[in-house]
Design a protein around this ligand. Structure first.
Ligand code: FES
Length: 157
């Protein structure tokens, strides 16, 4: 069962003091949990944050469920987010996502058998002029072809 590290608890306490209202610290604190828990936020972490931040769990869950950058389920070591919004879609984004699904043998938000890859189709990631593109963990890869995307992911594995 997940518990924040002592450094994580210190981080939460500092974030609470940084803002005018405690509620404003929810996003950085959820990021901290996600970083400490291999890329996803488990329900027990919401309860822990609620207690540490003295905020209702519902307020934390509102943020957790609204923003797509927070994962509510386990993900692979590499979280590959393929943009399928208009500009990327018109430049082969959907085909790129399908190619990666086939190449790594995953559907939906599954984790590949080796635990390395989860492929998620997402909305605009703000790099429309370099479509099609994908985000892998915290980095962007642009002007992709299916072959180039596979090669980028394999290099990162
Ligand atoms: S449409 Fe893909 S980054 Fe904007």
């Amino acid at each position: 069962m997940f518990k924040l590290s002592s450094e994580g608890i210190d981080f939460v306490k500092k974030e609470i003091e940084r803002y005018e209202t405690r509620r404003s610290a929810i996003i950085p604190c959820l990021y901290r949990v996600q970083k400490e828990n291999k890329g996803w936020v488990p329900p027990e972490a919401v309860a822990e944050l609620s207690q540490l931040m003295d905020l209702p769990e519902a307020w934390i869950n509102e943020i957790l469920n609204f923003y797509t950058m927070f994962n509510k389920e386990p993900i692979g070591k590499l979280h590959v987010q393929v943009c399928c919004n208009i500009s990327c879609c018109m430049n082969g984004g959907r085909e790129l996502a399908s190619h990666l699904n086939k190449e790594f043998g995953v559907q939906g938000n599954e984790i590949s058998k080796d635990g390395n890859v989860t492929i998620t189709r997402v909305e605009c990631l703000g790099s429309c002029d370099t479509a099609p593109m994908m985000q892998v963990n915290d980095n962007y890869y642009e002007n992709l072809t299916p072959e180039k995307a596979v090669s980028v992911i394999k290099e990162l594995m």
